[in-house]
Every structure is written in structure tokens, then in C-alpha cells.
Ligand binder design. Sequence first.
Ligand SMILES: CC(=O)SCCNC(=O)CCNC(=O)[C@H](O)C(C)(C)COP(=O)(O)OP(=O)(O)OC[C@H]1O[C@@H](n2cnc3c(N)ncnc32)[C@H](O)[C@@H]1OP(=O)(O)O
Length: 404
Amino acid sequence: MEIRPTTDQDVDVFLDNLHTAFGMFRDPDNTLLAGYEWDRNLMAWTEDGRAVGTTGAYSFELTLPGAVVVPVAGVTGVTVLPTHRRQGVLKAMMRHQLDALRERGEFLSVLLASEATIYRRFGYGPATYTQRLTVARHRNAPAAPRAGAQVAPDAGTVEVLTRADSGEILEQVYDRYRRLQPGALSRPAHWWERGAGQPPVSPAPRFVAVHRDADGTPDGYATYTISRDASPSSLSVDEVIAVDDTVAAALTRVLLDHDLVDQVVFRRTSTEDPLFWQLADFRAAEVSGFDDWLWVRILDVPRALTSRAWFADGELVLEVADGFANAGGRFLLSVRDGKASCERTDREADLSLDVSDLGSVYLGGTTPSTLVRAGQIRAHRPGAAALADTLFRSDRTPYCLHWF
Ligand SMILES: CC(=O)SCCNC(=O)CCNC(=O)[C@H](O)C(C)(C)COP(=O)(O)OP(=O)(O)OC[C@H]1O[C@@H](n2cnc3c(N)ncnc32)[C@H](O)[C@@H]1OP(=O)(O)O
């Protein structure tokens, strides 16, 4: 078998393979894959010249704790034809791809996993999570502020547009938002130009509630659809994107107060969404659909750990195992005044962990002590897990809703 970069001549066979593997028919109007960077895609070929596997990577930026923005590879389009599965094609492609990412100087790779059982063996760990919140409209009353308003009064305005009439508002607001939100990915300009991916980047019909600040500059939006044929009738929210909490609260309130619907469904919110606390009836937001979203693969431990911001001082020796891509070793992580150094060491380890679990705790969305209690991370001394929890904490719960 040979793995090689996709050429212009391969585009059709790449797309054919990908659709067959996912069980989809090709649709010329489908913009799902319009964001591809073809020079980053790979295909696997058998010795008799048959294409049997595909994978690709997008050039995204990822926001780390402390609003640090770094380049990241967004792995996508991973498929093997049904006739050639469980023969090691994926494994060979993953190895080739991780080597190629390293050669480009990339130190982090992320993906959305179709199945949770596939990618850990390749060093990826789930790092951000989403959940669905459903609020019955008759239980939507806002909570009275206690101890003074934490969220400042809103000085802005909200206007409802359609996706078609929103121009570049979504792109501009999203770009401001994602630079502040740990776990968020960039949405490259060509995605918006080509309408790639899923709504609201792809231009399917949507209502867009746009928030503008006192000067009239857009600083938040929510995109949604309404279905009144089903019972209960629903307002279904793709995303609420806001540059601060006041704007998010103002947009959320507009959605919750919408007439002629029984419920408002926030399809993929952060697991730390403040909405519960903004409702008079704390139980009015029903949680369902908890899901993993972004999986993180660290390719260079010192570079990854010294890139993010830190919020407490301390030292930990991490024994990182990486059976697939050799990024492991024993490292001294030392944090002072928000910055980390990370070097190889002979000191005794405080924690032993797989590189996939380091990926899970890296953005602060999974606590190391939970993985210690689960028997996945080994703590070698009392207090090591608690210290790791304190160190790896993020300034804000990491959250990603970009689909790719
Ligand atoms: C980021 C994304 O694009 S997510 C999309 C992933 N693609 C899909 O879901 C499309 C449908 N599925 C497929 O195309 C294929 O089944 C793939 C790509 C998931 C797997 O490809 P294969 O060539 O069969 O995998 P390969 O033979 O290399 O298996 C490598 C290892 O992963 C395991 N594995 C592969 N697929 C799965 C799976 N779906 N569930 C659990 N384990 C799996 C194999 O058992 C093997 O384990 P081992 O190392 O312990 O022996």
C-alpha cells in the first residue's frame, strides 16, 4: 500500500471514496467539503492502483487558555472503503499524516470523531464537550439579579435579519469571539466565501439575531430556525456567538422570548453555559445530548505546554507515553506567573499518563483528577492530582462548535 498526497487528478476519486465510505451520495450542490485544502489531503492506494483510503487536514487556528491563538491541523475526511477495512489502512494513513504534520512544524492536531473508539490509539483525546439545552417557553422567566448585576446592563440593540442579508457580520463577529474562547477554532475566509461546512457558515436559510453595541458595531449574533409543524413547536439555535457575556445574555433573552414556539432548543452549548443561572426556574433548562466535540493530539509536548497560559504556579513531572508517534518522555512542567517552561527531566514522575489523556486535560476541559479516579492517569504521590487540577485549569471552560 502507498500513501501519497492527493493531486488535481485525484479529486474525483477522493470524493467518490469519501462519499461511499460515509454512505452518502454525491450532490454537486453540497458545500460540506468546500473548505478542503487539497494540497493537505492524502490518499491510500493498493499495489494494483486502487484508491481505498482518504484523509485531509485544514489549517485552522485554535485558541488556548488565556486567549493564546496557535496554528493547528484540523484532521478531516478520514475514510477507508468498506471493502478494505480492518486491514491497517487507517493506521498507515494516520502514521503518514502525523509525520507530515510534524514536518510542517505543526505541534497540535485536532479532529471531530465519528466514533469515540477510533482515535485514542493514535494519541487523540476528547478535550471539549457540548450539550443540548431545551427551555420550555412558559418557564423562561429571567432570574432577578442578586447581589448586584454581574452581567452589565446592555446598551446595545438587537435586529433580526436572514442569513442571506447578513453580509459579513457573522464572519467578523465570529472572528472576534473565537480569539477569546479557549477551544474555539478559526473559520478561514475561504470557508465563508465558499459557504463550506454546516450552517451558519454554509448559507442554508437561517434567521440571524444580530446584536450591535451602542456605536452600531455588530458584536454578537445567534442563528436559528423555527419549526411550527412539529409538536412541540421549536426554535432551534445553531449558535450564540458574542464577544462578551452581556451580549450573549441579550441575544439569549431575545430567543427565549420568541412568540409562537413551545420550546427553545440550544443545540450545542458549552457545558458551563450560564443560562441556568439566568432563569428564575433553575430546572427550566433541560440538559440532554452530552457529547464530545474537539479531540486533541499533542505532537510536541514542550511546545504545547509552553504555548498556553497558566493561572497558578507549581511544578509537576509528567511521564507521557506515546506508543504511536514518539512524542512521549518525562517532562518537568514548571509554571511561574502565568508562563510555563517544560523540559526533559530525570526527576521522579508525579503523574504517568498517555498522550491522549494529556490532550484531554490540555485545554482545561477535563480535570486530571477525574482521569486518575477513572484509573487512566496514575498519580505517584498524594496531592499530585489536585495540583494538576489547579495547574491545568483554564480561564474559561473550553468550548468548540465549529464543524469540520
Ligand atoms: C476525523 C474524521 O474524519 S472522523 C470519520 C472517520 N470515518 C468514518 O467513520 C467512516 C466509516 N469508517 C471507515 O471509513 C473506517 O472504518 C475507519 C476509517 C474508521 C477505520 O479504517 P480501517 O482501515 O478499518 O482501520 P484500521 O484497519 O487501520 O484499524 C486500526 C485500528 O483501529 C481499530 N478500528 C478501526 N475502526 C474502528 C472503529 N470504527 N471502531 C473501533 N475500532 C476501530 C481497528 O480495530 C484497529 O485496532 P488495532 O490497532 O487494535 O488493531
